[in-house]
Design a protein around this ligand. Structure first.
Ligand code: 4AD
Ligand code: MG
Length: 437
């Protein structure tokens, strides 16, 4: 097959255009030689391409330049792609010309084991490695999947503010900034409070944006800046919320499995760990049941204790799907959560715990819709009433039951990718003691 030259081709275009001469630009990923043939692996972000250079086909200068170029040299190659099942991506390029646009030497990220600190300080370069590229592609797929999920279901995206006058998820992890000379502002911990009024305007809404937590702890599950997707739905109660969250996790998992198979393979992700997520119903247990399960596993927990990472891992140990936990004690959950009608000690809160030790990926709840009860909670939590007046207004003028959840996308991506630490699941991680680059 042949045809007219491709306009601005990428490596990923080649499998569907064998035989069509192309010119490509990118970076030298790897190379090897075998007698009078050199194999250069070119990468351009869309994929990897084996470029075959025969000494007899190119000028001596070109042959020499291809031999001395170091990893990450920028180059332009011309040639004709042909299907080759053994090559990465299933195509290889028979090269007619190579130009080294910028010869790179001493690329600092070599295949030898680097310490994490070194890699994090080289994050701007580390991003080019094939593992990081695969993770970023999966992250982008998840983001597109999120927007498609809600768009198909008639949700309106409503962007919440980042500078806010008050806390949403407790005051212990607030980033403070000077707003004017007299006034302070805080970086948003969650868009939720601003979505609730929008749900009264638009019915089904969601926000997606950066959120900030001044986490003092250094764990593999906590970032100080992370991206959260949050739906909020008018007239939805806790049972509807559980169904929505389960459908959401399933649909995103299918999306990643279907469309990012190559990246999962590159990450050596065990797909048999993700396939049950799509096929099976997620178990639903209450907090009280969870406490009993943990006691039977030897944990010294009792009603009112918050679960840490170890407890979350133990709770999901027997399952190959996420586990949904509901009906948490009032005392350990946020002020806005709706108490259960049949048990005032617990709230209609929902956490979804991912299997394989990935822990909480989703937190949500049904919200209090009674003005007087919410007022009571705000007072009990010693929150500044003036700051929450607008939030109370949502209950004053045409109140309605409503529910929503938040998913930190780095947690979800880490689980999909089988990556242990969230720092690899966001382009530039912000962690305690690390803000460079
Ligand atoms: O459980 P959280 O704190 O819930 C809320 O913020 C609610 N206002 C959301 C809502 O109902 N609209 O956070 C929600 C999710 C967690 O389940 C987790 O996935 C993620 O956000 N998350 C973090 N991800 C990375 N680093 C951190 N420090 C995180 N804190 C929470
Ligand atoms: Mg939570």
């Amino acid at each position: 097959m042949s045809g007219s030259p491709l306009q601005n081709p990428s490596i990923s275009d080649l499998p569907s255009h064998p035989g069509v001469p192309v010119t490509l630009r990118g970076w030298l990923h790897n190379k090897r030689a075998s007698g009078k043939i050199r194999f250069l692996i070119l990468r351009d972000g869309s994929g990897y391409l084996q470029c075959v250079i025969s000494k007899a086909d190119v000028s001596p200068e070109t042959w020499e330049a291809a031999g001395t170029a170091g990893q990450e040299s920028t180059m332009q190659v011309c040639g004709v792609p042909r299907l080759e099942p053994r090559a990465p991506g299933g195509v290889e390029l028979q090269v007619t010309d190579v130009k080294i646009l910028d010869a790179c030497h001493d690329w600092p990220i070599t295949p030898k084991e680097h310490g994490t600190d070194f890699l994090l300080s080289q994050r701007h370069l580390w991003l080019r490695s094939s593992r990081q590229v695969a993770i970023l592609k999966i992250r982008s797929e998840v983001e597109s999947g999120i927007h498609d999920f809600f768009y198909k279901r008639g949700y309106t995206r409503v962007d919440s503010p980042i500078l806010t006058p008050n806390a949403c998820e407790g005051t212990s992890s607030l980033f403070e900034t000077q707003y004017t000379e007299e006034e302070k502002a805080f970086l948003s911990q969650s868009g939720q409070l601003y979505l609730e009024p929008a749900a009264a305007a638009l019915g089904k809404v969601y926000c997606f944006g950066p959120t900030f937590r001044a986490e003092k702890s250094k764990t593999r599950r906590h970032l100080r800046e992370f991206w959260m997707v949050e739906p909020e739905v008018a007239f939805m109660e806790i049972d509807g919320l559980m169904d929505l969250a389960e459908e959401f996790v399933k649909e995103l998992t299918v999306r990643v499995l279907d469309r990012r198979a190559d990246d999962l393979k590159r990450l050596e992700r065990d797909l048999t760990k993700l396939e049950p997520v799509v096929a099976k119903r997620f178990p639903r247990i209450t907090y009280r049941e969870a406490v009993e399960i943990l006691k039977n596993k030897g944990f010294g927990v009792s009603f009112g204790d918050d679960f840490g990472g170890d407890e979350e891992t133990a709770l999901t140990a027997g399952y190959d799907t996420p586990v949904m936990v509901t009906r948490y004690p009032v005392a350990i959950k946020a002020f806005y959560m709706q108490p259960a009608g049949d048990d005032p000690e617990v709230v209609h809160g929902l956490d979804i715990l991912a299997p394989e030790g990935y822990g909480e990926i989703i937190g949500g709840s049904q919200r209090i819709h009674s003005h007087d009860l919410l007022l009571e909670r705000i007072t009990k939590h010693s929150l500044p009433l003036e700051a929450f007046q607008w939030y109370l207004d949502v209950r004053k003028y045409g109140t309605f039951p409503h529910s929503g959840f938040g998913m930190g996308i780095e947690r979800f991506v880490a689980w999909m990718c089988g990556v242990q630490h969230l720092r690899e699941c966001i382009p530039y991680p912000r962690m305690l003691y690390r803000i460079y680059p």
